[in-house]
Design a protein around this ligand. Structure first.
Ligand code: PLP
Length: 420
């Protein structure tokens, strides 16, 4: 690999925004792994963190650490202000109508479980249906299966074609007066398909059916406006969008959230408690029982500030260029098959190599300093649909370089040389 500065300068000229500046913000990328410069292509699992997010978390513990919402002392008020400011940043980032619609949760998984448990258990009855898609991550399958099992309802699945695109003609037929909620992913983590969710939400809306969108893989890569989408719920995780782990957001329309029972009971979600009766708190606190991950919430706000200064349209264009280039390069190698070839794709490249187990691909690439993910990507039904037990998955972020794709391609040639 050429000296990093030289590559950065060249790549910077190619991209629509300040790639050189951005890459320097991520200290973890500066290291060597197995004697080679780290090439990090596991962004769909978790993204790296810019220095400003790391610094914000450190400063919180050094200067502000205190429990929020309860104290009258200086530190508690300061921590509360910082935490609530993060909520407002997130509200603006996704264009929610009110801060009350922005619930802090542990991540996408908890957000979906909250809706399944609170909205689902209240509204899904025997004989009803919950509609999900063939592209879902396990976290948007299992919570709904649990509700359906408990209530005697049926889980229906929108099928996909051989490219990995949902079949909207089938979807339309599956929307009936038995459908109590649609829960679909915005972008597939396993194969990168970008679903036409605005259209899908409109189709459900015509029939008065609420829609939850799993946005875990969308928010880091494209502009998301929940009012424009007109979704009822939107779930995403901080750690996939350059923020810390342990925190995420459930967006929900106020009218729905107000009608829903609390998810968990405890401190902060109450106005008053007696042994006879508890009065629940207003939104958003009604759904936020117990001490949250305060430092992570504040760090999440810093990640949003960071993303606001980045041209997201430029990011989408650049990542698409990388995806196209990587797809061309990898698919021209004999024995390599790309899994998921949707026309609308985010920068996730899943592939298999004839006769070689994906875990072995991952191990040999790791020797070259390349981090990819191998396995079923928490989407076993997607693997079953394509008839593979697992794939190797390279997923990019805006700090990845075209030159790193070349390193990956050379790595794949090496895998074939060694194991093919
Ligand atoms: N949904 C999708 C599409 C994902 O990619 C992931 C994580 O990989 C999740 C849900 C679960 O996110 P988390 O583990 O942050 O809760």
């Amino acid at each position: 690999m050429k000296p990093i500065e030289e590559i950065l300068e060249r790549e910077n000229k190619l991209s629509a925004y300040d790639l050189l500046g951005c890459r320097h913000h991520f200290p973890v990328l500066r290291q060597q792994v197995n004697g080679k410069p780290l090439v990090y292509f596991d962004n769909a699992a978790t993204s790296q963190k810019p220095q400003v997010v790391i610094d914000t978390i450190m400063r919180y513990y050094q200067e502000e650490n205190s429990n929020i919402h309860r104290g009258v002392h200086y530190l508690s008020e300061r921590a509360t202000r910082a935490y609530e400011a993060a909520r407002e940043k997130l509200q603006k980032f996704i264009n929610a109508a009110s801060y009350e619609e922005v619930i802090f949760v542990r991540g996408t998984t908890e957000a979906i479980n909250l809706v399944a448990s609170s909205y689902g258990r209240t509204n899904v009855k025997r004989g009803d249906e919950v509609l999900i898609s063939a592209l879902e991550h396990h976290s948007n399958i299992v919570p709904w299966q649990m509700v359906c099992e408990e209530k005697g309802a049926t889980l229906r699945v929108i099928p996909m074609n051989d490219k990995g695109e949902l079949q909207l003609d089938q979807y339309e037929k599956q929307l009936t007066n038995r459908t109590k909620i649609v829960a679909i992913t915005h972008v597939s983590n396993a194969i990168g398909t970008i679903n036409p969710i605005k259209e899908m939400i409109a189709m459900a809306r015509l029939r008065g059916i609420p829609v939850l969108v799993d946005g875990a893989q969308a928010v880091p890569h494209m502009k998301v406006d929940v009012q424009d989408l007109d979704c009822d719920f939107y779930a995403f995780s901080s750690h996939k969008m350059f923020g810390p782990t342990g925190v995420g957001i459930l967006y929900g329309k106020k009218s729905l959230l107000e009608a829903m029972p609390p998810y968990q009971g405890g401190g902060d979600m109450i106005k008053s408690v007696t042994f006879e009766k508890t009065i629940y708190n207003d939104l958003p606190n009604k759904f936020e029982a117990g001490t949250p991950s305060i430092a992570s919430g504040i760090g999440f706000g810093a990640a949003v500030d960071y993303l606001k200064n980045i041209d997201m349209q430029g990011v989408a264009t650049y990542e698409h260029e990388l995806l196209t280039y990587a797809t061309e390069q990898l698919s021209s190698i004999r024995g390599v098959r790309i899994i998921g070839t949707a026309n609308e794709k985010a920068a996730v490249l899943s592939f298999v190599i004839d006769g070689i187990h994906p875990h072995d691909i991952g191990t040999i690439l790791d020797d070259e300093g390349i981090a990819i993910r191998t396995g079923h990507h928490c989407a076993q039904p997607v693997m079953q649909r394509f008839g593979v037990p697992a794939t190797a998955r390279a997923s990019v972020a805006f700090y990845n370089l075209k030159d790193e794709v070349d390193v990956l391609v050379r790595g794949v040639h090496k895998v074939i040389e060694v194991l093919g």
